[in-house]
Write a protein that binds this ligand. Structure first.
Ligand SMILES: [Zn+2]
Length: 222
């Protein structure tokens, strides 16, 4: 004799206990949230409510990071938008990141390979695009940031913004300078000259006339 289904389920199926938040009996197991056993939907809602308001970087800070890296304003803007949950703006900002990367590489290459460090003409187009990019990346953020503050939103700290910006600077400069060195487009000597130019006038330059002339003798008349 085969056991019928009713015999097998002699134990009555456990009656689903109601959610302690909405009162409905959930078809799935309840989960414990803050000492209450609630349904999945309520747990989801509670988690959303408990999430603190995101902290975002001020527009001016995002803009100013262009001084360290052309990539930084669009990247920081994208992170801000992601924290605000605006996916369309994140996509827009990420599109500008591509332009920022091109600009960062171009600026660095012209800076490293230019023969005359005083000549800013070659770098000027990149500087213009970099500033334009920073304006373009931060413009839509401006109003949203004011709204964010008005709604009691927090401002994110400067520290992380700087770490990200400097990190991006390194991520661009190390491979680019490495490539220029490896391909022979620039030599270590040239790089050293440039860095010494930034530090100040070179201490000893062999091209300068040597001070071999004897000092004029002052007491020749006597
Ligand atoms: Zn519920």
């Amino acid at each position: 004799m085969t056991a019928s289904a009713s015999q097998l389920s002699g134990l009555a199926p456990p009656t689903p206990l109601p959610c302690e938040r909405c009162g409905h009996s959930p078809p799935t197991a309840r989960v414990a949230v803050g000492g209450k056993r609630v349904c999945i939907l309520c747990a989801d809602q509670l988690a959303r409510d408990a999430r603190p308001a995101p902290a975002i970087w001020p527009t001016l800070l995002v803009f100013a990071t262009f001084l360290l890296s052309p990539l930084a304003p669009p990247v920081l803007a994208a992170i801000n938008w992601a924290r605000l949950g605006d996916r369309r703006r994140v996509r827009d900002a990420l599109g500008l990141v591509v332009l920022g990367a091109i600009c960062a590489v171009g600026q660095l290459v012209t800076e490293v390979t230019s023969t005359n460090p005083n000549d800013l003409d070659q770098q000027l187009p990149f500087v213009v695009v970099t500033v334009g990019l920073a304006v373009f990346a931060t413009m839509p953020l401006r109003r949203r940031y004011m709204e964010h503050l008005a709604q009691g939103g927090k401002r994110a700290g400067v520290g992380l913004a700087l770490i990200i910006t400097i990190g991006m600077n390194i991520c661009v400069s190390v491979p680019v300078v490495g490539y220029l060195l490896a391909s022979g487009k620039v030599t270590l000597e040239q790089l050293e000259k440039k860095s010494s130019f930034l530090d100040g006038p070179p201490a000893s330059d062999s091209s300068q006339p040597a001070v071999s002339a004897p000092p004029p003798t002052a007491g020749s008349a006597t």
